[in-house]
Design a protein around this ligand. Structure first.
Ligand code: SF4
Length: 77
């Protein structure tokens, strides 16, 4: 199985990266972290799993959406 569109070269935070634009467009709304009660960046109560993921993203210039997590708690509507 292949991607619908080829990856696109873009500059993010001053670095040239390859982007799956379809996945990237969904990240903000569909990532479990963005919809989780435990996602509280810059607070003492922030999720340690999400913090570790973010540290990896910072270190390697990657980005990902979490699609599976054993600790997910849906945000109240
Ligand atoms: S518990 Fe899972 S879904 Fe929620 S913020 Fe942490 S890593 Fe993301």
């Amino acid at each position: 199985m292949a991607m619908e569109k080829p990856a696109e070269a873009q500059t993010h935070f001053g670095n040239l990266v390859w982007v799956n634009t379809k996945m990237d467009a969904l990240r903000e709304s569909e990532c479990l972290c963005m919809n989780c009660e435990l996602f509280k960046p810059n607070t003492d109560g922030h999720c340690r799993i999400a913090a570790a993921g973010y540290a990896l993203c910072r270190l390697t210039n990657i980005s990902f959406a979490v699609t599976r997590c054993p600790a997910f708690i849906p945000k109240a509507p």
